[in-house]
Structure formats: C-alpha cells, structure tokens
Design a protein around this ligand. Sequence first.
Ligand code: NDP
Length: 601
Amino acid sequence: MPIVRFQAGDTVMGRWPGSNLYYEVKVLSYSAKSQLYTVIYKDGTELELKDADIKSMTGFRQGSGRSRSRSRSPARTRRSRSRSPARTPRRSSAHTAERRKDKLKDVLEVCLSPVTMPLVNNSNNEHEKKEENDRASKEVERVKEEGENQVSSRYNLRRRKDQGEEPTIEQKNAEPVVLLAAPQQTSKTIELEFGGRIGAFFLLLLLPVVVLALLILCGQKDSSLLSFPRMLPPLDSLWDWQVFGITLLWLLFQAVLFLLPIGKVVNGMPLKNGETLTYRINGFYALIISGVAVGTSVYNDVDLGYIHNHFLQFYTSALLISILLSIYLFVRSRWTTDDERAPAGNSGYVIYDFFMGRELNPRIKGFDIKFFCEMRPGLIGWLVINFAMLHTEMKLQNLDTPSSAMLLVNIFQLLWVADGLWHEEKLLTMMDIVYDGFGFMLAFGDLAWVPFTFTCQSYYLASHSSDLSVFWILSIILMNTVGYYIFRKANSQKFAFRRNPDDPTVSHLKTIPTATEKSLIASGLWGFVRHPNYLGDLLMALAWSLTCGFNHIIPYFYVIYLLVLLVHREARDEHQCRKKYSVAWDQYCKAVPYRVFPWIY
Ligand code: NDP
C-alpha cells in the first residue's frame, strides 16, 4: 500500500513535465488506483504527478540553493526550458542506435490538453475590465470546448516502467500523446536545426560563396543575375595583405573601445548554473568615437574610396578572420564544462557544433568575444562602408552632393545601427546571446555577412546612382518611419514587460498567464501579430531596397535574406515558446493567429 504523503489542499512544489523546474502547486486529490496526485498550478493548469515529482514546501526550502533559485527566476526558467532536452526527437536527425536506446530509457509520456487560462486585463477601468472578462470567458469556453474535443481534460504525467510494457487503456485512448525526453544530466543537443549535419555542412560552404557572388554582381555595371561572370576574379583582386592589416586594425580599434571603462555595467540573463555574467554597455560611445575618428580621417584627406576599390579584399580578410576565430572557438570549447555549453551547439557532431558554436559565452579574461562581435566591428563597420560608398558615388558620378537614394540609405541605416547600440542592453535577452553558441554561424555572420551584405544597397548605388522623385522619397520615408515605429515599440514593450510587468508603459496591456512565472502580452502590437518586431524590421528593409529602384533584384538581396531569416527564426522561436509555455502558447496563437504579416502569414 503506497504511503499518501500529501492531502487535498496541501501546497507543495510540483515538477513541470520534462524539466527540472518546480512550481508551487496545490494538491487537489490522490488516486490510489493510478497512484497519482492531481495538482493545480497557480495559473490553473492541472496535472497528474507521481509522488516522486512532488516535494514538500519545507523539504524544498531545505534543499539545495540551486533548486530554490531555479524555481524563482523567470529568466532561469526561460533558459532552462529552452535548453531542456525535453524536445521531441527530430525525425530527420541521424542518431546512433545506442543514443536512441538511452533516450528511450528515460522517456516520459505526457498527455497534454489545452488549459483554460483567462486573458488578464491590466486595465484600471472597471467597466472595460468587466467587458474584457466577459469576452475572455467566452473565448475560454470556446477554447475549452475545442480542447475537450481534441484531448483528455488534464495533463497526465507518468513514467514508463518498461519499454515493453503494454499501454494501459487510458494511455491507449489518450490523444495526442507527446513524448518528452526526461531531464538529462548532460545537455546534449538532440534536436538539430538548420537541416542537421548536412544542412550545416552546406551552409558552411554556401554562405561565403553567396556573399562573394553578391559583391561581384553588385559591383558590376550590369548587375543582372544573368550577367554573372563565368570566370572567378583573379587572386590578387581577392587578397591583399595591406587590406588584411587594416581589417585587423579596425578590430583592434573596436576592441579598445569595447574595453573603455565608460558606460554602465549590467547583468546578463542567468546562466545554467544560476550565475550571471556582467556586461559593460558602451556601444553608443563606441559609435560616436568611431564617427569622430572617421570624420577626422576624411578631414585629413584619407581616401575612403580605398574601401570601395578593395571591397572584395576586405571581404576575404573578414572571411579569413571569421574562419580563424571559429576554429579557435571550437578548439577552446573542448575544455568547457557542460554549464558553459550552448543548448544548440552541443550535439557531438564536429561539423554541426563547429557551425552552431559549442560555447555559449566565450570570454578571455572578461572580454566577451560574442557580445563584442555581435554589436561592434561589423555593425559600426557597416556604417563606415556606407559612408565610403557615398564618397565613391560622388567621385565616380562627378556629383557635388550624394544622390537622394544614397543619402536615404545612409541616414536610414545610421538610424538602425544607432538605435541598436543605444538599446545595446536589450541584446542580452536575445536568442543570439542566451541560446546560440558562438561558432562559425555567428562569427561569420557578425564579421563578414553583416558588413558586406547589409551594405549591398550603398555598394550598388555607388555605381548605379539614382535620384528619386519627391513622391518616391516621401513614400520611402513613410514606410521606413512606420517600420521603425513598429520595430522599436514592439521591442521596447517586450523588454519593459519582461523586466517589470507593472511598468506603467505596459501595465495596460492584456496578458495571458503561463505555467511559468512569465506572462505573454496579448494586446497592442503583440496582439496584432505574434512577431510585430519582425514586421517592422521587414518594412524598413523593404524601404532601404526601394531606394535602388526596380532595374535589378540584387539590391533587394537584404530584404529577401531578412525575410528568409526571420521566417526561419520565427519558426525556431515558436518551437521554443511552445515548449516553454505549452498550452498558454497555444492559447496565444489562437488569440493572435498571424505570425508576422496580418491576414497573410
Ligand atoms: P523577439 O524579440 O521576438 O524574442 C522572442 C522572445 O520573446 C520569445 O522567445 C519569448 O521569450 C518572448 N515573447 C514572444 N512573444 C511574446 C509575447 N507575446 N509577450 C511577451 N514575450 C513574448 O525575437 P528576436 O530576439 O529574434 O529579435 C529581436 C529583434 O532583432 C527583432 O526586431 C528582429 O527583427 C531583430 N533581428 C534582426 C536581424 C537582422 O539581421 N536584421 C536578425 C535577428 C533579429 P520569453 O518569453 O522567454 O521572454
């Protein structure tokens, strides 16, 4: 006869399926037959838990500090969830038979059902609140009915005792069944992204070639895709030691600015081991000092046209540096502990991990290499290149002033970069910092892709100067302004809400509670589409490309790339959010059906 440790009404700590996270729950009942407790989480989620998944409050508090801090920190929850190996095994990933066996050994069978969670209205207006609540109740009823038709009415968590065991009648009837891997001690990456090992291998080869092709076409008088040269450019047009030296000097200059003891020091998101890293936020100062340095150079007759004339060589220098950096990062990651490894780049497959990055936050004596590369040399370099292209256009086209198209591109992109550096701290909550390792994908992306593909409009305009009509100028400015407004407002709202949901700037927004300590914003821009910040970014990208007219598709490379990137990123994020928030995410998707483009996608 099993001992019943808890009674109905007891408040205890219950483990969240597929993770090591415990939340405060109330015991509703105990079934002697199934030997499971039915518990309810604070948000109304009901689950059936085994005795082993429940701890008493006192026992939990006396437990290790580690568990305690885990349960408290929302950020911890976020990271831990995304790291959790509780991911449905990827169908296409080739794993060894032994691995599969290991995974199956620890499989938890979880039947998930939608949980009815009311939209929470933060509004202070009682009448509005009542109306909203009525509406929310109807929505809840609807979701409930739909949910009941699909699945059983409660979560059901039980461990398979034996792989060969016959499923019980209840298990047979429960649909759909989601298989979640049990928490593992080592956080191996089970689910491979970007097409797995083969995808990573092709991307490794393809990305550098794509940039080279883009630059060759952009720099030609005839930039049509059909006029791609049959022969590769001669080697001396691809490599120059002086250019390589200048690129290294630029990196060094930015590294010195990065280390300047100016600007505030902030904490990053909590890491797997509960610690946080500190970051100095001085990107905007670095931008101003770099601007002054470039201005002084031009004043002293330094010819910025050199950048245009040696553009391919600058690219190959940046490419070589990013490859060398990736090799260094991969080698040093061999000595990292499990805590220091990235959730996404720790599969055990060399090519895949080299591409994704095995170490999450590689640092040399406090110098954070990823944070540095993400925001500094490439991003500020992008503006310097734009400025150099503006000079080149005037020189090549014999203009007294730059063309309106070139001016718009320079101004818009300066605004975008300055905005990013002004809000540099917000990068610390982004997927790149909290989830992705630092490997070839980011090193190449930051040092080579950003400065040499994001500049495609200005590089194109340098030899395809275009003066726009007033109507076009106004339309493009309007599009960029709308895009910027959506992009900035959405990102700022989310950041403010995550920092403090009671912040007066966001406290009026409706929210959906989740089983974690975080809620989801479900009104305003975040109630319009699920990724309004992506929509804003894409509108701006389109505005930049439109400055180049419609003669060639090449200057539209950036907006096409961004579309592909953000659609893919949205899918990655959606996948993570569904794991983190489960039914609350489903409810959000029902309430906000469009991902990025209203009424389209
Ligand atoms: P988001 O800023 O959209 O972050 C996604 C995270 O936000 C989710 O994981 C979730 O995390 C949280 N979230 C999602 N929905 C909600 C909601 N309704 N309420 C509250 N929180 C929510 O994505 P990214 O980090 O990918 O992008 C940030 C910006 O950077 C975007 O504007 C994007 O356009 C831009 N970007 C630009 C690129 C370029 O090359 N130009 C490349 C990549 C990004 P949690 O709940 O855990 O907080």
